[in-house]
Ligand binder design. Structure first.
Ligand code: PLP
Ligand code: COI
Length: 368
C-alpha cells in the first residue's frame, strides 16, 4: 500500500486498495524479452486495477489483481449500448530509474468530461492518480528503458449493469491496464500518409466527438480500412462544413510560413493533451498559435501556394508524426516537409524522459 495523504483540493481520503499479487507473473527473463521489442498494445503487465461504482455505494472495492479476463453478464449494458470511455497516458523511465507520467491531471479531467457526456460517473481525479500509482507499485518493472519506449497506461470505464433498458447504468466499473510500448507506427518517425474520408464522418454536431469513447473509434474503423486499401496509414475526418477535424487517433496541426501554428478546434474534436503541450512549447518559442476552423480548401490551397510549410499529427500513442501525403479519391497532395514537428517532438520527449528541465511542472512521479 502506498501511503497517500488526504487530497488538499477535494478533501477526499485515499482509497485502500486490496492487493492480490499475480502468482503466475512473468519471469524477469520473459518480461525483458517483451520489453526488448514491445510494439504497441500487444503485451500486458501482470496486474490490473479496478474500482466499482454503483448508484447506492458510490466508488468502492478498489483492487489490484492479477491481469486476466473480466467476467461480465451477457446483458451488461456496455455490450449493447456502448456506454464506455477510456484514456491513454504513458509512464516514462528516467535515467535514474524513477518512473514519471505526463500531465495526468489533464487525463483525469478529460476522463471526467467523457464520463459526463456518456452519462457515466465521474471518477475523482485523486482516485485516478492513485490508480496509476497503485499499478506502478506492483508493475513498475514493466516500464521499459529503451529509446522512445514507455509503459502505455489504459484507464477505462464501462456500464456493467445487467439491464437491457436504455438508460444510464446503475453499476459501472473503472479499470486500469498497462502495455509496454515502442513506436506506434511500424516505420518509427517517418512521415505518414493520410486518407481523406469523404463518405464517412467520425462525429457530428452535439455528438460524442470530444469524448474519448469507444463508439468514436468504432465509427473510424471502416474509413480506416478504406485508408489501408488506398495505401494510407491513417484517415482524416471532415465536419459537415468540410472543415478538418482530426485523424482516427491523433490531432492535426498546421504550420504557416510566417510561423503561425493553427489547429482545428471545435466541440467535435478530442482535446489532445499532446497537442496542448506542443502548442505551449511553440508559444514558449514565440510562435503565434490559433485554434480555429481549417477548411479542406484552406489546407490544400495553403500547401499549393506555400503558405502552409508543415503539417503534423500528434497524440499520446504516436507522439508527433509528420504528415507526408494527403490522398483523396481524385488527388494526391504531397505535404511540405519542415523541421518544427521534429524539433517540438524532441523538446517534448526530452521533458517526458527527464532529459530537459520541466519548466511547466508537467511531470508527475509515479513510483514514490
Ligand atoms: N484525437 C483522437 C481521436 C485520439 O484518440 C487521440 C489520442 O488520444 C488524440 C486526438 C490525441 O490526444 P492526446 O494527445 O491526449 O493523446
Ligand atoms: C492515444 O494516443 O492514447 C490513443 O488513444 C490513440 C489510439 C491508440 C486509440
Amino acid at each position: 500500500m502506498t501511503t497517500i495523504d488526504t487530497d488538499p483540493d477535494t478533501g477526499l481520503d485515499p482509497l485502500e486498495f486490496a492487493v492480490t499479487r499475480n502468482l503466475a507473473a512473468k519471469s524477469a527473463a520473459d518480461r525483458d524479452a517483451i520489453l526488448a521489442s514491445p510494439g504497441f498494445g500487444q503485451s500486458f503487465t501482470d496486474h490490473m486495477v479496478d474500482i466499482c461504482w454503483s448508484v447506492r455505494g458510490g466508488w468502492h472495492r478498489p483492487r489490484v489483481s492479477p491481469y486476466g479476463p473480466i467476467s461480465l453478464d451477457p446483458a451488461a449494458a456496455v455490450l449493447h449500448y456502448g456506454q464506455e470511455i477510456f484514456e491513454g497516458i504513458k509512464a516514462y523511465r528516467h535515467a535514474d530509474g524513477s518512473v514519471h507520467t505526463f500531465r495526468p491531471d489533464q487525463n483525469g479531467r478529460r476522463l471526467q468530461r467523457s464520463a459526463r457526456r456518456l452519462a457515466l460517473p465521474e471518477l475523482p481525479v485523486p482516485y485516478f492518480l492513485q490508480s496509476l500509482r497503485e499499478l506502478i507499485a506492483v508493475d513498475g518493472a514493466w516500464v521499459p528503458s529503451g529509446e522512445d519506449q514507455s509503459l502505455y497506461l489504459r484507464p477505462f470505464m464501462f456500464a456493467k449493469e445487467a439491464f437491457l433498458g436504455v438508460r444510464p447504468a446503475h453499476k459501472v466499473a473503472y479499470y486500469l491496464i498497462a502495455s509496454p510500448a515502442g513506436a506506434y507506427f511500424k516505420g518509427g518517425v517517418q512521415p505518414v500518409s493520410i486518407w481523406l474520408s469523404e463518405d464517412y464522418s467520425r462525429a457530428g454536431k452535439g455528438g460524442t466527438g470530444a469524448a474519448k469513447t469507444g463508439g468514436n473509434y468504432a465509427a473510424s474503423l471502416l474509413p480506416q480500412s478504406e485508408a489501408y486499401e488506398n495505401e494510407c496509414d491513417q484517415v482524416v475526418f471532415l465536419d459537415q462544413d468540410r472543415n478538418v477535424e482530426e485523424l482516427g487517433g491523433m490531432n492535426v496541426v498546421f504550420v504557416y510560413k510566417d510561423g503561425t501554428i493553427v489547429t482545428p478546434q471545435s466541440d467535435s474534436i478530442l482535446e489532445g493533451i499532446t497537442r496542448d503541450s506542443l502548442l505551449q512549447l511553440a508559444r514558449d518559442r514565440g510562435h503565434h498559435v490559433e485554434g480555429r476552423n481549417v477548411s479542406l480548401t484552406e489546407w490544400r490551397e495553403g500547401v499549393a501556394s506555400g503558405d502552409i510549410v508543415e503539417v503534423f499529427a500528434c497524440g499520446t500513442a504516436a507522439v508527433v508524426t509528420p504528415i507526408g501525403i494527403l490522398k483523396g479519391r481524385d488527388f494526391i497532395d504531397e505535404q511540405p516537409s519542415g523541421t518544427l514537428a521534429l524539433e517540438l517532438r524532441e523538446e517534448l520527449t526530452n521533458i517526458q524522459y527527464g532529459r530537459a528541465e520541466d519548466k511547466h511542472g508537467w511531470l508527475y512521479r509515479l513510483d514514490a
